[in-house]
Design a protein around this ligand. Structure first.
Ligand SMILES: Cc1cc2nc3c(=O)[nH]c(=O)nc-3n(C[C@H](O)[C@H](O)[C@H](O)COP(=O)(O)OP(=O)(O)OC[C@H]3O[C@@H](n4cnc5c(N)ncnc54)[C@H](O)[C@@H]3O)c2cc1C
Length: 453
């Protein structure tokens, strides 16, 4: 890092203390949860930014981006750094643009839209929204730390997706303002369908600086768990609840044994050798759900109110990608894949995977609604890592038998997420970042020299 880079950047923000060169802090703010993947851990361990800038408003973002463009310095935007693909790890050094201080909740509109800055924590939105009679439609299990900008930049869905789909669905992301990396950077408003140019692009084709995020009316929720003798019994019970519109639910998770044994702090909700089903259900339906679980030979192991992100125990801390974290604590050789099973053929897909891989794969299912309203048994199965070749072979086999995989062991948007076949994300990159300075290397179909004039 050159001394002049630091001193010149210091003139672009009101407080030079927000330009950080201390190596330990630069290193910390260059990293995320990339070590979740044994493959990315090896690939990304040595990657770092050169300097961190922490803007507090859009004018400072514009000033830094303009400077970076003029001097061909890469810019990697960072929210809270909870991404698990090395999404915000700079591959080519440069500026880490840490938006944590741009964290204002401007308002929650009368029709339930949160208008906010990108660094705002999702837990703050959930808490404030519930105070006003609304709540998040969906949130990642990292709600306590994750920012709204990082969720839109790198996330896909989570708790609530069984009712409201993923981030890309049902107009949840109403609009956002984006700072471009053009010769003269601009703030461009994206509304409606235009949000898909930028959504889930890992900050490669624009920097979100203001967001309109639709909420849903708040519900009184109860956390509910039930244990079942077999995986099939637990899964089929959960599937029947997930698919039936009469149940008002926010979370519908299935863990086959021994996954529940990894959840050390909540041993009291776990039954030895049993599959665990975890549900967030509207409180008024708890008694009926208990009867339904018992009729399906399940036994209820816990019920408790959800009162917001500070609920204890907060059972969503064991779902979505947190499950992998608990497994890795128990044995670091556990890793994961992100899967979408067929709602029709899932039992056969489970059978084929078990037949071929035995207990090397453990089923962790998260039900979610897709954009057409169909309930999909998605999930984040655990995989016991014995080598890269074996893992890639398992991923290839999943795809061969019709299981959708977003590969969490690669570090580029095209394979790790939902890159659109109409290439609108790539076209937006060509338009808004023709020199390829935003998070370079993460959108591999982009070639700076191939920019269409
Ligand atoms: C234990 C664990 C559980 C998780 N569970 C889930 C889950 O349930 N669902 C889910 O979707 N994800 C999940 N994730 C991934 C991640 O936590 C979420 O996607 C989270 O919302 C990311 O927010 P963040 O602020 O930490 O983003 P960061 O990690 O800081 O950034 C994520 C990506 O977005 C980009 N970005 C950040 N801010 C902006 C911006 N303002 N404009 C443009 N791009 C930006 C970054 O460059 C990066 O590429 C999980 C991760 C872990 C480690």
């Amino acid at each position: 890092m050159s001394v002049s880079l630091a001193s010149e950047l210091s003139t672009l923000v009101a407080d030079p203390a927000r330009v950080i060169t201390a190596p330990a802090i630069v290193e910390r703010l260059s990293k995320d949860f990339y070590w979740y993947s044994p493959i990315l851990k090896r690939q990304l361990e040595s990657k770092l930014g050169d300097i961190v800038v922490q803007p507090v408003n859009v004018d400072e973002v514009l000033a830094v981006v303009r400077y970076a463009g003029q001097h061909a310095v890469p810019v990697t935007v960072r929210g809270a750094g909870t991404g698990n693909y090395g999404q915000c790890i700079p591959l080519h050094g440069g500026i880490v643009l840490d938006l944590a201080l741009m964290d204002k909740l401007e308002e929650i509109t009368a029709d339930g839209v949160a208008v906010c800055q990108p660094g705002l924590r999702l837990a703050t939105i959930e808490t404030e929204a519930r105070r006003q009679g609304w709540e998040l439609r969906m949130y990642p299990s990292t709600i306590a730390k994750a920012s709204i900008g990082g969720f839109l930049g790198g996330g896909s869905g989570g708790i609530g997706s069984v009712a409201h789909g993923g981030l890309r669905d049902f107009d949840t992301v109403r609009a956002f303002e984006v700072v471009t990396m053009e010769e003269e950077p601009r703030v461009v408003l994206h509304e409606g369908g235009a949000i898909h140019e930028i959504l889930h692009c890992w900050g490669t084709n624009g920097i979100l600086t203001r967001i309109w995020f639709a909420l849903t009316p708040a519900v009184e929720w109860t956390q509910f768990t039930a244990a079942f003798d077999t995986y099939d019994a637990g899964f089929l019970f959960a599937k029947s609840i997930a698919e039936n519109k009469d149940w008002t639910k926010r979370l519908m998770t299935v863990f086959e044994w021994p996954i529940p044994s990894f959840f050390a702090p909540i041993k009291h909700v776990v039954a030895q050798d049993k599959t665990l089903v975890l549900i967030m259900i509207e409180t008024g339906q708890v008694d009926e759900l208990r009867s339904a679980a018992e009729a399906a030979q399940g036994s209820v192991t816990f019920t408790g109110a959800y009162i917001g992100p500070r609920t204890q125990p907060l059972l969503s801390d064991y779902t979505w990608n947190h499950t992998t974290l608990w497994a890795m604590k128990a044995d670091p050789a556990w890793t994961y894949i992100q899967a979408g099973f067929s709602p029709v053929d899932c039992m056969e897909q489970f059978r084929l995977l078990r037949e071929r891989y035995g207990r090397e794969i453990l089923f962790h299912i998260e039900f979610m609604k897709n954009g057409e309203g169909v309930i999909i048994p998605g999930g984040i199965p655990l995989v016991y890592f014995t080598g890269e070749q074996r893992l890639n072979e398992l991923i290839a086999y999943c795809r061969e038998i019709g299981v959708f995989i977003a590969n969490p062991h690669v570090n580029y948007v095209e394979d790790a997420g939902r890159f659109r076949s109409d290439n609108i994300q790539l076209k937006a990159k060509q338009k808004y970042d023709p020199r390829g300075l935003l998070n370079p290397g993460k959108m591999i179909s982009f070639q700076p020299e191939a920019v269409a004039k």
